[in-house]
Design a protein around this ligand. Structure first.
Ligand SMILES: Cc1cc2nc3c(=O)[nH]c(=O)nc-3n(C[C@H](O)[C@H](O)[C@H](O)COP(=O)(O)OP(=O)(O)OC[C@H]3O[C@@H](n4cnc5c(N)ncnc54)[C@H](O)[C@@H]3O)c2cc1C
Length: 417
Protein backbone atom coordinates (compact mmCIF):
# COMPACT_ATOMS: atom_id res chain seq x y z
CA UNK A 1 0.00 0.00 0.00
CA UNK A 2 1.31 3.52 -0.68
CA UNK A 3 2.89 5.55 2.12
CA UNK A 4 0.16 8.19 1.94
CA UNK A 5 -2.28 5.75 3.58
CA UNK A 6 -3.41 7.48 6.76
CA UNK A 7 -2.35 5.37 9.73
CA UNK A 8 -4.67 7.11 12.19
CA UNK A 9 -7.72 6.90 9.96
CA UNK A 10 -7.33 3.19 9.22
CA UNK A 11 -7.17 2.47 12.93
CA UNK A 12 -10.83 3.42 13.26
CA UNK A 13 -12.07 2.11 9.92
CA UNK A 14 -14.28 -0.97 9.76
CA UNK A 15 -12.95 -3.87 7.70
CA UNK A 16 -13.72 -3.52 4.00
CA UNK A 17 -14.87 -6.99 3.02
CA UNK A 18 -14.71 -8.04 -0.63
CA UNK A 19 -12.54 -5.04 -1.59
CA UNK A 20 -8.94 -5.43 -2.75
CA UNK A 21 -6.72 -3.05 -0.78
CA UNK A 22 -4.38 -2.62 -3.76
CA UNK A 23 -7.17 -1.48 -6.07
CA UNK A 24 -8.98 0.57 -3.43
CA UNK A 25 -5.85 2.48 -2.38
CA UNK A 26 -4.92 3.40 -5.96
CA UNK A 27 -6.14 6.94 -6.78
CA UNK A 28 -9.10 6.52 -9.17
CA UNK A 29 -8.06 9.66 -11.10
CA UNK A 30 -4.80 7.89 -12.05
CA UNK A 31 -6.32 4.63 -13.30
CA UNK A 32 -5.43 4.54 -17.00
CA UNK A 33 -8.34 4.21 -19.37
CA UNK A 34 -8.00 2.27 -22.61
CA UNK A 35 -10.58 2.36 -25.44
CA UNK A 36 -13.02 -0.38 -26.44
CA UNK A 37 -11.99 -2.39 -29.49
CA UNK A 38 -14.02 -1.63 -32.63
CA UNK A 39 -13.48 -2.54 -36.27
CA UNK A 40 -11.40 -5.08 -38.19
CA UNK A 41 -7.63 -5.40 -38.32
CA UNK A 42 -4.72 -7.83 -38.37
CA UNK A 43 -1.91 -8.47 -35.90
CA UNK A 44 0.92 -10.92 -35.33
CA UNK A 45 -0.38 -11.65 -31.83
CA UNK A 46 -3.62 -11.08 -29.94
CA UNK A 47 -3.35 -11.43 -26.17
CA UNK A 48 -6.63 -12.16 -24.38
CA UNK A 49 -6.67 -10.93 -20.78
CA UNK A 50 -4.81 -7.96 -19.28
CA UNK A 51 -3.76 -9.34 -15.91
CA UNK A 52 -0.07 -9.55 -15.07
CA UNK A 53 0.38 -12.56 -17.39
CA UNK A 54 -1.28 -10.90 -20.41
CA UNK A 55 0.53 -7.59 -19.84
CA UNK A 56 3.93 -9.29 -19.42
CA UNK A 57 3.32 -11.37 -22.55
CA UNK A 58 2.14 -8.34 -24.58
CA UNK A 59 5.18 -6.35 -23.46
CA UNK A 60 7.54 -9.18 -24.39
CA UNK A 61 5.90 -9.70 -27.81
CA UNK A 62 5.90 -5.99 -28.63
CA UNK A 63 9.54 -5.72 -27.48
CA UNK A 64 10.37 -8.56 -29.88
CA UNK A 65 8.97 -6.46 -32.74
CA UNK A 66 5.65 -8.26 -33.14
CA UNK A 67 2.45 -6.27 -33.78
CA UNK A 68 0.47 -6.99 -30.64
CA UNK A 69 -3.10 -6.35 -29.53
CA UNK A 70 -4.14 -6.77 -25.88
CA UNK A 71 -7.85 -7.29 -25.15
CA UNK A 72 -9.34 -7.07 -21.66
CA UNK A 73 -12.91 -8.03 -20.78
CA UNK A 74 -13.09 -5.57 -17.84
CA UNK A 75 -10.37 -3.23 -16.56
CA UNK A 76 -6.61 -3.84 -16.71
CA UNK A 77 -5.27 -5.61 -13.62
CA UNK A 78 -8.59 -5.91 -11.82
CA UNK A 79 -8.93 -9.68 -12.22
CA UNK A 80 -6.95 -12.07 -10.03
CA UNK A 81 -3.82 -9.94 -10.31
CA UNK A 82 -5.27 -6.98 -8.43
CA UNK A 83 -6.73 -9.40 -5.90
CA UNK A 84 -3.56 -11.42 -5.25
CA UNK A 85 -1.32 -11.04 -2.22
CA UNK A 86 1.63 -9.38 -3.96
CA UNK A 87 4.26 -11.96 -3.12
CA UNK A 88 6.64 -12.61 -6.02
CA UNK A 89 7.87 -16.03 -5.04
CA UNK A 90 10.92 -18.01 -6.26
CA UNK A 91 8.94 -21.17 -5.50
CA UNK A 92 6.10 -22.50 -7.68
CA UNK A 93 4.03 -23.59 -4.66
CA UNK A 94 3.86 -27.40 -4.68
CA UNK A 95 6.61 -29.27 -2.81
CA UNK A 96 9.71 -30.18 -4.83
CA UNK A 97 9.28 -33.80 -3.75
CA UNK A 98 5.71 -33.87 -5.13
CA UNK A 99 6.73 -32.43 -8.50
CA UNK A 100 9.69 -34.84 -8.68
CA UNK A 101 7.35 -37.78 -7.90
CA UNK A 102 4.87 -36.66 -10.58
CA UNK A 103 7.25 -35.62 -13.37
CA UNK A 104 10.75 -36.91 -12.51
CA UNK A 105 13.75 -35.26 -10.92
CA UNK A 106 15.07 -33.47 -14.01
CA UNK A 107 11.69 -31.87 -14.81
CA UNK A 108 11.16 -30.85 -11.20
CA UNK A 109 14.56 -29.18 -11.14
CA UNK A 110 13.71 -27.33 -14.36
CA UNK A 111 10.39 -26.11 -12.93
CA UNK A 112 12.01 -24.82 -9.75
CA UNK A 113 14.89 -23.19 -11.59
CA UNK A 114 12.50 -21.56 -14.07
CA UNK A 115 10.40 -20.20 -11.21
CA UNK A 116 13.38 -18.69 -9.44
CA UNK A 117 14.55 -17.13 -12.70
CA UNK A 118 10.98 -15.87 -13.27
CA UNK A 119 10.98 -14.05 -9.92
CA UNK A 120 14.36 -12.47 -10.70
CA UNK A 121 13.34 -11.60 -14.28
CA UNK A 122 10.08 -10.06 -13.08
CA UNK A 123 11.79 -7.94 -10.44
CA UNK A 124 14.50 -6.87 -12.92
CA UNK A 125 11.87 -5.90 -15.52
CA UNK A 126 9.80 -3.88 -13.04
CA UNK A 127 12.96 -2.08 -11.92
CA UNK A 128 14.24 -1.48 -15.45
CA UNK A 129 10.89 -0.03 -16.50
CA UNK A 130 10.86 2.06 -13.30
CA UNK A 131 7.37 0.90 -12.42
CA UNK A 132 6.47 2.34 -9.01
CA UNK A 133 5.00 -0.73 -7.30
CA UNK A 134 6.78 -0.83 -3.90
CA UNK A 135 8.97 -3.69 -5.10
CA UNK A 136 11.08 -4.90 -2.18
CA UNK A 137 13.43 -7.93 -1.86
CA UNK A 138 12.46 -10.56 0.69
CA UNK A 139 13.59 -13.87 2.12
CA UNK A 140 10.94 -16.56 1.70
CA UNK A 141 10.70 -18.83 4.74
CA UNK A 142 8.80 -22.11 4.70
CA UNK A 143 8.09 -22.65 8.37
CA UNK A 144 7.46 -25.94 10.19
CA UNK A 145 5.94 -26.60 13.60
CA UNK A 146 7.06 -29.55 15.71
CA UNK A 147 4.55 -31.84 13.96
CA UNK A 148 5.84 -31.19 10.44
CA UNK A 149 9.55 -30.56 11.03
CA UNK A 150 10.54 -33.96 9.60
CA UNK A 151 8.46 -33.38 6.50
CA UNK A 152 10.22 -30.06 5.93
CA UNK A 153 13.62 -31.68 6.52
CA UNK A 154 12.90 -34.26 3.79
CA UNK A 155 11.92 -31.42 1.44
CA UNK A 156 15.14 -29.56 2.29
CA UNK A 157 17.24 -32.71 1.72
CA UNK A 158 15.59 -33.35 -1.66
CA UNK A 159 16.18 -29.78 -2.81
CA UNK A 160 19.74 -29.82 -1.51
CA UNK A 161 20.47 -33.09 -3.36
CA UNK A 162 19.08 -31.55 -6.56
CA UNK A 163 21.37 -28.52 -6.18
CA UNK A 164 18.54 -26.05 -5.56
CA UNK A 165 18.72 -22.96 -3.38
CA UNK A 166 17.68 -23.32 0.27
CA UNK A 167 19.15 -23.08 3.77
CA UNK A 168 18.00 -24.74 6.99
CA UNK A 169 17.10 -22.56 9.98
CA UNK A 170 16.77 -24.07 13.44
CA UNK A 171 14.35 -23.06 16.19
CA UNK A 172 16.84 -20.73 17.97
CA UNK A 173 17.80 -19.13 14.64
CA UNK A 174 14.13 -18.54 13.84
CA UNK A 175 13.51 -17.05 17.23
CA UNK A 176 16.47 -14.71 17.23
CA UNK A 177 15.84 -13.52 13.64
CA UNK A 178 12.07 -13.30 13.67
CA UNK A 179 10.83 -13.66 17.23
CA UNK A 180 8.51 -16.23 15.69
CA UNK A 181 7.48 -19.55 17.20
CA UNK A 182 8.65 -22.29 14.81
CA UNK A 183 10.50 -25.61 15.03
CA UNK A 184 12.52 -24.99 11.85
CA UNK A 185 12.39 -23.22 8.51
CA UNK A 186 13.61 -23.53 4.94
CA UNK A 187 15.03 -20.22 3.77
CA UNK A 188 14.87 -19.24 0.09
CA UNK A 189 16.41 -16.19 -1.53
CA UNK A 190 15.11 -14.12 -4.45
CA UNK A 191 11.58 -13.43 -3.24
CA UNK A 192 9.99 -9.98 -3.53
CA UNK A 193 6.95 -8.19 -2.19
CA UNK A 194 5.15 -5.70 -4.40
CA UNK A 195 1.85 -4.06 -5.20
CA UNK A 196 0.53 -6.33 -7.96
CA UNK A 197 -2.06 -3.85 -9.24
CA UNK A 198 0.46 -1.04 -9.70
CA UNK A 199 2.88 -3.50 -11.30
CA UNK A 200 0.23 -4.61 -13.78
CA UNK A 201 -0.84 -1.07 -14.72
CA UNK A 202 2.82 -0.14 -15.19
CA UNK A 203 3.46 -3.15 -17.41
CA UNK A 204 0.36 -2.36 -19.51
CA UNK A 205 1.63 1.19 -20.01
CA UNK A 206 5.09 -0.11 -20.90
CA UNK A 207 3.58 -2.54 -23.42
CA UNK A 208 1.67 0.35 -25.00
CA UNK A 209 4.87 2.41 -25.20
CA UNK A 210 6.41 -0.54 -27.07
CA UNK A 211 3.55 -0.39 -29.61
CA UNK A 212 0.93 -2.74 -28.14
CA UNK A 213 -2.65 -1.63 -28.84
CA UNK A 214 -4.54 -2.16 -25.56
CA UNK A 215 -8.32 -2.29 -25.29
CA UNK A 216 -10.51 -2.56 -22.19
CA UNK A 217 -14.18 -3.55 -21.86
CA UNK A 218 -13.64 -5.67 -24.96
CA UNK A 219 -14.52 -9.27 -24.09
CA UNK A 220 -13.51 -11.91 -26.59
CA UNK A 221 -16.60 -13.96 -27.35
CA UNK A 222 -15.08 -16.46 -29.74
CA UNK A 223 -11.93 -17.47 -31.58
CA UNK A 224 -12.34 -19.11 -35.00
CA UNK A 225 -9.39 -20.68 -36.71
CA UNK A 226 -8.35 -21.99 -40.11
CA UNK A 227 -5.13 -23.67 -41.13
CA UNK A 228 -3.27 -20.37 -41.47
CA UNK A 229 -4.67 -17.94 -38.95
CA UNK A 230 -7.13 -17.27 -36.11
CA UNK A 231 -10.00 -14.77 -36.05
CA UNK A 232 -10.57 -13.25 -32.63
CA UNK A 233 -14.15 -12.02 -32.28
CA UNK A 234 -15.23 -9.34 -29.81
CA UNK A 235 -18.56 -7.50 -29.51
CA UNK A 236 -16.94 -4.62 -31.43
CA UNK A 237 -15.25 -6.39 -34.31
CA UNK A 238 -12.69 -8.94 -35.48
CA UNK A 239 -8.90 -9.30 -35.45
CA UNK A 240 -7.09 -11.72 -37.72
CA UNK A 241 -3.93 -12.97 -36.01
CA UNK A 242 -1.10 -15.41 -36.50
CA UNK A 243 -1.11 -16.37 -32.80
CA UNK A 244 -3.56 -15.93 -29.96
CA UNK A 245 -2.24 -15.90 -26.40
CA UNK A 246 -4.91 -16.86 -23.87
CA UNK A 247 -3.99 -15.28 -20.50
CA UNK A 248 -7.44 -15.32 -18.92
CA UNK A 249 -6.31 -16.70 -15.54
CA UNK A 250 -8.56 -19.73 -15.77
CA UNK A 251 -10.34 -21.64 -18.54
CA UNK A 252 -13.16 -19.23 -19.42
CA UNK A 253 -16.38 -20.42 -21.19
CA UNK A 254 -14.80 -19.74 -24.61
CA UNK A 255 -12.45 -22.67 -23.82
CA UNK A 256 -14.96 -24.94 -22.16
CA UNK A 257 -13.21 -28.19 -23.02
CA UNK A 258 -10.19 -27.10 -20.93
CA UNK A 259 -12.24 -26.53 -17.79
CA UNK A 260 -11.90 -30.15 -16.72
CA UNK A 261 -8.16 -29.53 -16.19
CA UNK A 262 -8.84 -26.81 -13.61
CA UNK A 263 -10.49 -27.36 -10.26
CA UNK A 264 -12.53 -24.27 -9.24
CA UNK A 265 -11.27 -23.04 -5.88
CA UNK A 266 -11.06 -19.80 -3.94
CA UNK A 267 -8.56 -18.23 -1.56
CA UNK A 268 -8.50 -15.21 0.69
CA UNK A 269 -6.26 -12.22 1.33
CA UNK A 270 -6.36 -10.03 4.45
CA UNK A 271 -4.49 -6.72 4.70
CA UNK A 272 -4.34 -5.33 8.20
CA UNK A 273 -4.31 -1.76 9.39
CA UNK A 274 -0.81 -0.24 9.82
CA UNK A 275 0.97 -1.66 12.85
CA UNK A 276 1.82 0.71 15.68
CA UNK A 277 5.54 1.19 16.44
CA UNK A 278 5.59 -1.08 19.50
CA UNK A 279 4.08 -3.94 17.53
CA UNK A 280 6.55 -3.40 14.67
CA UNK A 281 9.48 -3.68 17.07
CA UNK A 282 8.11 -6.93 18.48
CA UNK A 283 7.94 -8.49 15.03
CA UNK A 284 11.60 -7.77 14.24
CA UNK A 285 12.72 -8.69 10.70
CA UNK A 286 10.24 -7.04 8.27
CA UNK A 287 11.76 -8.41 5.07
CA UNK A 288 10.42 -11.94 5.04
CA UNK A 289 7.56 -13.83 3.51
CA UNK A 290 6.47 -16.69 5.77
CA UNK A 291 4.59 -19.76 4.60
CA UNK A 292 3.56 -22.61 6.87
CA UNK A 293 3.10 -26.28 5.99
CA UNK A 294 -0.52 -26.53 7.00
CA UNK A 295 -3.14 -27.61 4.48
CA UNK A 296 -4.16 -25.12 3.21
CA UNK A 297 -1.04 -23.04 3.88
CA UNK A 298 -1.08 -19.51 5.27
CA UNK A 299 1.36 -16.94 3.91
CA UNK A 300 2.34 -13.69 5.60
CA UNK A 301 4.20 -10.70 4.27
CA UNK A 302 4.57 -7.07 5.32
CA UNK A 303 3.97 -4.00 3.18
CA UNK A 304 6.38 -1.10 3.22
CA UNK A 305 3.84 0.92 5.25
CA UNK A 306 3.84 -1.83 7.90
CA UNK A 307 0.62 -3.67 7.28
CA UNK A 308 0.53 -7.44 7.35
CA UNK A 309 -0.66 -9.20 4.21
CA UNK A 310 -2.07 -12.63 5.04
CA UNK A 311 -3.11 -15.06 2.32
CA UNK A 312 -4.63 -18.51 2.56
CA UNK A 313 -7.87 -20.23 3.45
CA UNK A 314 -7.95 -22.05 0.09
CA UNK A 315 -11.07 -24.15 -0.34
CA UNK A 316 -13.46 -25.33 -3.07
CA UNK A 317 -15.43 -22.39 -4.48
CA UNK A 318 -18.37 -21.46 -2.26
CA UNK A 319 -21.81 -20.70 -3.73
CA UNK A 320 -22.59 -16.95 -4.10
CA UNK A 321 -25.18 -16.98 -1.30
CA UNK A 322 -22.60 -18.03 1.34
CA UNK A 323 -19.73 -15.84 0.11
CA UNK A 324 -20.30 -12.94 2.52
CA UNK A 325 -20.32 -15.24 5.54
CA UNK A 326 -17.29 -17.18 4.25
CA UNK A 327 -15.17 -13.99 3.92
CA UNK A 328 -15.87 -12.91 7.50
CA UNK A 329 -15.20 -16.41 8.83
CA UNK A 330 -11.98 -16.87 6.82
CA UNK A 331 -10.72 -13.41 7.84
CA UNK A 332 -11.04 -14.30 11.53
CA UNK A 333 -9.36 -17.65 10.91
CA UNK A 334 -6.40 -16.14 9.03
CA UNK A 335 -5.86 -13.50 11.71
CA UNK A 336 -5.92 -16.22 14.35
CA UNK A 337 -3.39 -18.40 12.47
CA UNK A 338 -0.92 -15.51 12.36
CA UNK A 339 -1.55 -14.60 15.98
CA UNK A 340 -0.35 -18.08 16.94
CA UNK A 341 3.02 -17.41 15.27
CA UNK A 342 3.20 -13.75 16.30
CA UNK A 343 1.39 -13.24 19.63
CA UNK A 344 2.51 -9.57 19.45
CA UNK A 345 -0.17 -8.78 16.86
CA UNK A 346 -2.95 -9.21 19.40
CA UNK A 347 -5.49 -6.43 18.77
CA UNK A 348 -4.36 -5.72 15.18
CA UNK A 349 -7.43 -5.38 12.96
CA UNK A 350 -8.01 -6.32 9.33
CA UNK A 351 -8.48 -3.27 7.09
CA UNK A 352 -9.30 -5.19 3.90
CA UNK A 353 -10.29 -8.76 3.21
CA UNK A 354 -11.23 -10.26 -0.11
CA UNK A 355 -11.60 -13.57 -1.88
CA UNK A 356 -10.47 -14.65 -5.33
CA UNK A 357 -11.54 -17.61 -7.42
CA UNK A 358 -8.88 -19.57 -9.28
CA UNK A 359 -8.49 -22.81 -11.19
CA UNK A 360 -6.10 -25.25 -9.59
CA UNK A 361 -4.29 -27.72 -11.82
CA UNK A 362 -3.73 -31.33 -10.71
CA UNK A 363 -0.05 -30.73 -9.93
CA UNK A 364 -0.42 -27.08 -8.86
CA UNK A 365 1.62 -25.77 -11.82
CA UNK A 366 0.49 -23.37 -14.52
CA UNK A 367 -0.21 -24.62 -18.05
CA UNK A 368 1.96 -22.69 -20.48
CA UNK A 369 2.01 -23.47 -24.19
CA UNK A 370 0.04 -24.84 -27.14
CA UNK A 371 -2.89 -27.25 -26.93
CA UNK A 372 -3.50 -29.67 -29.80
CA UNK A 373 -7.25 -28.89 -29.96
CA UNK A 374 -6.67 -25.17 -30.47
CA UNK A 375 -4.45 -24.36 -33.47
CA UNK A 376 -2.62 -21.00 -33.35
CA UNK A 377 -3.42 -20.65 -29.63
CA UNK A 378 -0.94 -20.45 -26.77
CA UNK A 379 -2.20 -20.66 -23.20
CA UNK A 380 -0.87 -19.38 -19.89
CA UNK A 381 -3.55 -20.27 -17.36
CA UNK A 382 -4.17 -22.08 -14.08
CA UNK A 383 -1.96 -22.64 -11.10
CA UNK A 384 -2.31 -21.70 -7.49
CA UNK A 385 -1.21 -18.96 -5.17
CA UNK A 386 2.34 -18.58 -6.51
CA UNK A 387 1.60 -17.93 -10.13
CA UNK A 388 2.25 -14.18 -10.27
CA UNK A 389 5.83 -15.31 -10.90
CA UNK A 390 4.33 -17.47 -13.64
CA UNK A 391 3.50 -14.29 -15.56
CA UNK A 392 7.21 -13.73 -16.13
CA UNK A 393 8.00 -17.42 -16.68
CA UNK A 394 5.17 -17.53 -19.25
CA UNK A 395 6.18 -14.32 -21.05
CA UNK A 396 9.55 -15.82 -22.02
CA UNK A 397 8.11 -19.16 -23.09
CA UNK A 398 5.28 -17.54 -25.07
CA UNK A 399 7.54 -15.21 -27.05
CA UNK A 400 9.69 -18.18 -28.03
CA UNK A 401 6.58 -20.10 -29.08
CA UNK A 402 5.20 -17.17 -31.11
CA UNK A 403 8.55 -16.95 -32.88
CA UNK A 404 8.44 -20.70 -33.55
CA UNK A 405 11.60 -21.16 -31.50
CA UNK A 406 10.45 -23.11 -28.43
CA UNK A 407 13.03 -24.74 -26.18
CA UNK A 408 12.82 -28.37 -25.11
CA UNK A 409 12.73 -27.23 -21.44
CA UNK A 410 9.51 -25.28 -22.08
CA UNK A 411 7.59 -28.59 -22.35
CA UNK A 412 7.78 -29.02 -18.60
CA UNK A 413 4.87 -26.55 -18.33
CA UNK A 414 3.00 -27.92 -21.37
CA UNK A 415 -0.41 -29.61 -21.51
CA UNK A 416 1.14 -33.02 -22.13
CA UNK A 417 3.55 -32.98 -19.17
C1 LIG B 1 -6.15 -15.24 -2.95
C2 LIG B 1 -5.02 -15.36 -3.92
C3 LIG B 1 -3.81 -14.80 -3.60
C4 LIG B 1 -2.75 -14.92 -4.47
N1 LIG B 1 -1.57 -14.38 -4.12
C5 LIG B 1 -0.51 -14.57 -4.91
C6 LIG B 1 0.78 -14.13 -4.52
O1 LIG B 1 0.95 -13.54 -3.48
N2 LIG B 1 1.82 -14.40 -5.33
C7 LIG B 1 1.65 -15.08 -6.49
O2 LIG B 1 2.65 -15.36 -7.15
N3 LIG B 1 0.44 -15.47 -6.93
C8 LIG B 1 -0.64 -15.23 -6.17
N4 LIG B 1 -1.85 -15.68 -6.56
C9 LIG B 1 -2.00 -16.15 -7.91
C10 LIG B 1 -2.14 -14.90 -8.80
O3 LIG B 1 -3.21 -14.10 -8.36
C11 LIG B 1 -2.45 -15.23 -10.19
O4 LIG B 1 -1.71 -16.33 -10.60
C12 LIG B 1 -2.09 -14.10 -11.14
O5 LIG B 1 -2.55 -12.87 -10.67
C13 LIG B 1 -2.74 -14.43 -12.42
O6 LIG B 1 -2.59 -13.37 -13.29
P1 LIG B 1 -3.22 -13.57 -14.70
O7 LIG B 1 -2.84 -12.40 -15.50
O8 LIG B 1 -2.85 -14.90 -15.21
O9 LIG B 1 -4.79 -13.60 -14.42
P2 LIG B 1 -5.78 -12.39 -14.15
O10 LIG B 1 -5.15 -11.31 -13.37
O11 LIG B 1 -7.04 -12.97 -13.62
O12 LIG B 1 -6.03 -11.83 -15.60
C14 LIG B 1 -6.87 -12.45 -16.53
C15 LIG B 1 -7.66 -11.37 -17.21
O13 LIG B 1 -8.34 -11.96 -18.30
C16 LIG B 1 -9.54 -11.25 -18.46
N5 LIG B 1 -10.44 -12.06 -19.29
C17 LIG B 1 -11.04 -13.23 -18.96
N6 LIG B 1 -11.81 -13.66 -19.98
C18 LIG B 1 -11.68 -12.76 -20.97
C19 LIG B 1 -12.24 -12.65 -22.27
N7 LIG B 1 -13.08 -13.54 -22.76
N8 LIG B 1 -11.89 -11.59 -23.04
C20 LIG B 1 -11.01 -10.65 -22.57
N9 LIG B 1 -10.48 -10.71 -21.33
C21 LIG B 1 -10.80 -11.75 -20.54
C22 LIG B 1 -10.01 -11.03 -17.03
O14 LIG B 1 -10.95 -9.99 -16.93
C23 LIG B 1 -8.70 -10.75 -16.31
O15 LIG B 1 -8.44 -9.37 -16.18
C24 LIG B 1 -2.92 -15.57 -5.71
C25 LIG B 1 -4.15 -16.14 -6.03
C26 LIG B 1 -5.19 -16.07 -5.15
C27 LIG B 1 -6.47 -16.74 -5.50
Amino acid sequence: MPRHADRDTTLTMPTRYGVSGWIHQFPSSKVPSFPRFRGECTADVVVIGAGLTGCAAAHACAAAGLTTILLERGRVGQGRTGRSAGMLSPDPGPAFRDIAAAHGLASARRVFEAWRRGALDGAALLRRLRIPCALDPREALVVAGAADERLLRREYDARHAAGLDGAWLTRPQMHSRLKAEAAAALRLRDAFAFDPYRACLGLARAAVRRGTACFERSPVTRVRFTRRFADVITGGGRIRARKVIVATGSATPEFKSLQRHLDPREAYVVVTECMPAAMRRELAHPRVILRDLRVPPTRVSRTHDDRLVIAGGDQPETPPRTKATAIVQRTGQLMYEVLKTYPAILGLRPAYSWDTAYGETADGLMYIGAHRNYPHHLFAIGGGAHSVTGAFVAARILVRAVQDAPEKEDEVFGWTR
